[in-house]
Design a protein around this ligand. Structure first.
Ligand SMILES: [Zn+2]
Length: 463
């Protein structure tokens, strides 16, 4: 066995690991690097020949940092299958379409700014036209089904409870007459979160594990804290006759917030107030969540009955910009879920412009907010804020909801991995900033794993 660590090493983006098992070359995830433009572009464009000629790609889930370089791989000539769960196939289509559009708009913007004589125009990293080749390679496989990759190598997906369709991957093969196994955790979800199942318990021991460590040294607030905080925020806004603005990621978090709102209404904790989802991508991902209800947990099935999670009369999905503008004409307490948490772009901006100087309104952050953004300045209660070319006195109330995360913390990661932490197991710790990865490697050793390594980018491990 040989593992080449080709992404998400000592960082949280660009997930990619290449396995060689019994002469088969298998790529686990092919995610986009996100960060400073120049640096990320260089990393994203570099695709080694051995990846293009790989026998198979196995995709864990549809987040961009796990699937976002697939269009580059197929454009460069990869012709093998891309295995993924059916729900991940649907999520990935929405995510890649959005990413292609952003790449195209970004290149057009840079070219409009002008360039020095003799400098070629900037090409988008990929475009919408590159996507059909990716979709053609999709081979959907349900959870728990063993798929043969040839030469005695097989794998299966198991629900990771991270976003809809997300999976951890169990690989098995025979080497020198001995059964061997490897677990790729990809991203592991929190226990007890709405909509999704908890991560499915491991049903075997593994010789090798490649584990994420996003929160390898942090403990989240309990999931039980989320509901009272959210309920208090919304009741406060209703009492004041204001608007609650929730800047949210479109994939996963938007649907989680809708779940809580529906629960509050069902239990008559709040009146049936208007709810707007004002994000084209949020609308599309909600449709995908509705199509794959078989992935919901029991509590969600009991709560929604046959109606579905997003089919309530009081929820409006704003697709067109006209529908988006109409939200501003609503003169009663309402909830607006719009992308994105940075508040730097997207439809959330025009709602904020109307609400920043209104003390009846509230902006509620429901996850991590990138530094040096309008969202972060709001969170820090900066008194005067600039949006486009105008300054505003901040009168809107700002709150942050704690405990919402799509990633397990170190306690939950150890709970998930506990059955496989044996002295003969080797763990490779990836998908975490260096401090989180190093701390989690130390925790794994304390928990009984034989060896825990934090590999650097492009290093190879042969075993
Ligand atoms: Zn993810």
């Amino acid at each position: 066995m040989r593992i080449q660590f080709s992404g998400a090493n000592r960082t949280v983006t660009g997930s990619c690991h290449v396995l060689e098992l019994n002469g088969r070359r298998i790529v686990l995830d092919f995610g986009l690097y996100q960060g400073r433009r120049e640096e990320s572009r260089l990393l994203n464009e570099q695709v080694a020949d051995e990846l293009i000629s790989a026998d198979a790609v196995i995709l864990s889930h549809g987040h961009l940092d796990h699937c976002g370089r697939l269009p580059i791989l197929t454009r460069m000539g990869y012709r093998g299958p891309i295995y993924l769960t059916p729900a991940t196939a649907a999520v990935t289509r929405v995510v890649l379409q959005d990413a292609a559009q952003i790449q195209e708009e970004d290149a057009a913007y840079l070219n409009r700014r002008g360039r020095a004589p003799g400098v070629a125009p900037v090409e988008p990293l990929y475009q919408s036209a590159d996507l059909p080749a990716v979709y053609k390679a999709f081979r959907p496989v349900n959870y728990g089904i063993k798929t043969d990759l040839g030469n005695g190598v097989s794998f299966s997906f198991h629900d990771a409870g991270h976003i809809l369709g997300s999976a951890y991957i169990a690989l098995n093969w025979v080497e020198k007459d001995r059964p061997r196994s490897l677990l790729f955790t990809a991203d592991v979800g929190r226990y007890g979160m709405p909509i999704l199942h908890d991560p499915v318990p491991l049903s075997q021991n593994f010789d090798h594990i490649i584990t994420e460590s996003t929160y390898g040294d942090r403990a989240h607030e309990p999931v039980s804290q989320i509901e009272p905080q959210f309920l208090d925020a919304i009741k406060t806004v209703i009492a004041r006759g204001g608007r609650l603005i929730i800047p949210s990621f479109a994939v996963g978090r938007t649907q989680t917030m809708l779940w809580y709102l529906q629960k509050f209404i069902n239990e008559k904790l709040i009146p049936e107030l208007p709810i707007f989802v004002d994000s084209p991508m949020g609308v599309q991902v909600s449709e995908v969540y509705d199509q794959y209800r078989e992935n919901y947990d029991t509590q969600t099935h009991q709560m929604i009955g046959r109606d579905g999670l997003f089919n309530q009369a009081n929820i409006t999905f704003a697709v067109s910009s006209e529908q988006s503008k109409q939200i501003n004409r609503v003169n009663q307490p309402c909830v607006i879920v719009a992308s994105s948490p940075s508040c730097e772009f997207g439809r959330v901006l025009h709602h904020l412009k109307r609400s920043l100087e209104n003390e009846r309104d509230m902006v509620l952050f429901v996850g991590w907010v990138p530094p040096q953004t309008l969202g972060r300045r709001l969170q820090q209660a900066v008194p005067r804020l600039r949006v486009y070319d105008r300054w505003y006195d901040r009168k809107i109330e700002v709150r942050t909801l704690h405990g919402l995360s799509a990633h397990a913390d170190y306690v939950e990661l150890l709970r998930f991995l506990a059955p496989t932490l044996k002295p003969q197991t080797t763990a490779f710790v990836v998908h975490g900033e260096a401090d989180q990865a190093d701390a989690f490697a130390a925790r794994l050793v304390s928990a009984g794993v034989g060896q825990a390594v934090v590999p650097a980018l492009s290093t190879t491990n042969a075993a």
